[in-house]
Design a protein around this ligand. Structure first.
Ligand SMILES: Nc1ncnc2c1ncn2[C@@H]1O[C@H](COP(=O)(O)OP(=O)(O)O)[C@@H](O)[C@H]1O
Ligand SMILES: CC(=O)OP(=O)(O)O
Ligand SMILES: [Mg+2]
Length: 371
């Protein structure tokens, strides 16, 4: 079964093709940057010779109504259009990519897999905001994102046994920290939207709520401008004055650029605070896993986030942390009570697995209908 997976993140369109009966390794994979529809056209050219069986799309925010990964129908598309305001950096592009896919491959089944599903195990006290009931009744709650990435981290850690109390720091263009107990999300830093939580590439993370009202007043009530500034022009990029690229920001900081140095300090401090809070919440932490472009590749961020925690039993091994390696690996010092892992996010494989499962379930349902 050949499954094309399209993962549109805030800074890239990643694509993979899996031969799902044969291997967990994709037969084709790539990453494109630029306008979503140009990127998706390039993907369709690259896969033109393949006989695809299905397409799976990553969608960040499904809105309040869709509560499972599912086949894309006109009703699902309508719900996703309505949800676009919840994730302005992600959903409009994902929906236009889906429409491009439906137009190019009308005969194929298309499936949407959501970032939120993994976090449905959060207890009510974790997903409830202390705001008036009328808002809560209209779907205003913590949803949590990067769920497919978190699911893939948990799956990969199964090789060595999933630690009971795990914290996942998914640090990519968007960044989040998730507390996981026995493989299930119990709390996560992103909230109603993927703009909240820890500091990110172009997003600020959590802010004083009245700060946002203050900004809106400051620009004469122009909500769209503030929304754009908070999603596209904040975070590491705003503080450093550089593009949203950790490699460039690190290089500038090493060359003595004070704004870049401050940006990195604000970023690593916010992730460290979030890890600390979840460790306290769980009564301790057995393992910390870093994933995402920064989490996987930026050794300095990992080191800065976990510096001087040896007394708390959390100690990174500098040589292991700086070793040029790929794949899942353990980088804690031998004496560290807490395991420290680098785990590549495999959102694409999770989507392919869900698509395969949904296709099998649909066949089974069809069989039953024929009985
Ligand atoms: N080798 C590297 N060293 C440091 N940072 C890296 C490296 N590779 C990627 N990154 C950073 O990872 C971030 C993008 O993460 P990624 O997970 O790919 O993004 P997306 O959220 O779009 O999926 C960028 O800040 C990028 O600079
Ligand atoms: C939810 C989110 O922020 O995703 P990404 O990191 O891919 O932009
Ligand atoms: Mg991503």
């Amino acid at each position: 079964m050949l499954i094309l997976v399209l993962n549109s993140g805030s800074s890239s369109l990643k694509f993979s093709v899996f031969d799902s009966e044969r291997s967990d390794e994709p037969i084709l994979q790539g990453e494109l940057h630029g306008p979503a529809l140009d990127c998706v056209d390039q993907v369709f050219t690259r896969v033109a010779d393949l006989t695809l069986d299905a397409i799976g799309y990553r969608v960040v925010h499904p809105g309040p109504k869709l509560d499972r990964h599912q086949r894309i129908t006109p009703e699902v598309l309508q719900a996703l259009d309505a949800a676009s305001g919840f994730a302005p950096l992600h959903d409009p592009e994902a929906v236009s990519i889906i429409r491009g896919g439906l137009a190019r491959y009308p005969q194929l089944p298309h499936f949407a897999c959501f970032d939120t599903i993994f976090h449905q195990t959060m207890p009510t006290e974790a997903n409830t905001y202390p705001i008036p009931k009328s808002y809560r009744d209209a779907g205003v709650r913590r949803y949590g994102f990067h769920g497919l990435a978190c699911e893939s981290v948990v799956n990969q850690l199964q090789q060595t046994g999933v630690p009971k109390r795990l914290i996942i720091a998914h640090l990519g263009s968007g960044c989040s920290v998730t507390a996981v107990v026995e493989g299930r999300s119990i709390d996560t830093s992103m909230g109603l939207t993927p703009t909240g939580g820890v500091v990110m590439g172009t997003r600020p993370g959590d802010l004083d709520p009245d700060l946002i009202l203050h900004l809106i007043r400051q620009v004469g009530g122009d909500v769209e401008k503030v929304e754009k500034d908070l999603n596209h022009a904040s975070g590491l990029a705003a503080l450093s004055g550089l593009p949203n690229d950790m490699k460039a920001i690190r290089k500038a900081a090493q060359a003595g650029n004070g704004d870049a140095v401050l940006a990195l300090k604000v970023f690593t401090r916010s992730v460290r605070k979030s890890i600390g809070a979840y460790s306290w919440l769980m009564g301790g932490v057995d393992a910390i896993a870093f994933s995402g472009g920064i989490g996987e590749h930026d050794a300095a961020s990992r080191e800065e986030i976990l510096v001087e925690l040896a007394e708390q039993g959390i100690e990174i091994d500098s040589a292991l942390n700086n070793a040029e390696q790929n794949g899942m690996r353990r980088v804690n010092a031998p004496g560290s009570n807490t395991g420290i892992f680098i785990v590549p996010a495999q959102e694409d494989l999770m989507i392919a697995n869900h698509v395969k499962r949904m296709m099998i379930e649909e066949t089974y349902d069809d069989d039953r209908r024929f009985c």
